[in-house]
Design a protein around this ligand. Sequence first.
Ligand code: AHM
Ligand code: MG
Length: 335
Amino acid sequence: MKIKTIEQHILDQQRKFPGASGGFSGLLYDIALAAKMIARQVNRAGLANVLGSTGEVNIQGEVVQKMDKYANELLINVLTNGGKVCAIASEENENIVEIHDDFLSGNYAINMDPLDGSSNIGANVSIGTIFSLHRKISQGNRGSEEDCLQKGSQQACAGYVIYGSSVMLVYSTGTGVHGFTLDPSVGEFILSHENIQIPEQCRIYSVNEGNSNYWDEGTKRYVNYLKETDRTTGRPFTSRYIGSLVSDFHRNLLYGGIFLYPADYKKGPTKPEGKLRLLFEAAPIAFIAEQAGGYATTGTDRILDIGPKHLHQRVPLIVGNKSEVLRYEEFIRRS
Ligand code: AHM
Ligand code: MG
């Protein structure tokens, strides 16, 4: 059996596709290091007094879980010390973290959700870290918000780490999607899933159906359609919803499926809103989905084509097998 570590894989990719992934092998390695440290802490979560909330409320108005804070601070620490990023935008921080003059500033901006789905952690349910890298486009030595506010299609790399029954890191630099499983005995991410493609068969749907009264007509009709019986199209679909984006997406990526967090009218009758954040969740997940042969939309627009207006912008996200995501768009058009 050929064993390849994530470091060897990144170097191989750089050799095969010069320009595509060049220059950030060290940065990905820093992310992998932070992931291992977060994984260690997640594994000890029940023991180390890191469960529960800090008593603070973050920029999204959500209660900050202690592990969220830990993961955010750790990633910022590793990334600033690594000297390969020029700006850091995090779901946990209102503004970008600029790189202080005491540190080197690199050629990439990172957008990240340090610990997604963290409300699940107390129940031992899988959670994840999501990241997205953009090339620096701003003038000047240091990075700025402009570097973070780029369209998803401009991403140089996107990926996630899933802290599940095993720890996996999945990433793409635009040349396929590759997955690595952490071997805890040697502390290395080993290539376990090369060139992941979403299976053609799509039989799973993942959505928080508790919100269905707040959905628009198109979404209601589409989800009802998935529950109808029709053997030729494999319906009814199976429903699977963890409530942890990385886990729900990862399962659908490997087994075939569609994930939906549509806009809803929960906050009021006039302004439908999505929940997930464009820069920290939707764009990186969409990049990986497309690289695996899938697709991601808001219902009307391709996620990767959206020009971000601000760091914490929310969007509807429907992602998974391309044929199903396109069918969803069709239901929305017809409603
Ligand atoms: P978070 O960033 O505050 O953890 O919220 C994001 C999570 C996603 O992981 C998941 O897909 C979604 O929220 C679930 O939301 P809901 O509980 O409304 O179904
Ligand atoms: Mg999140």
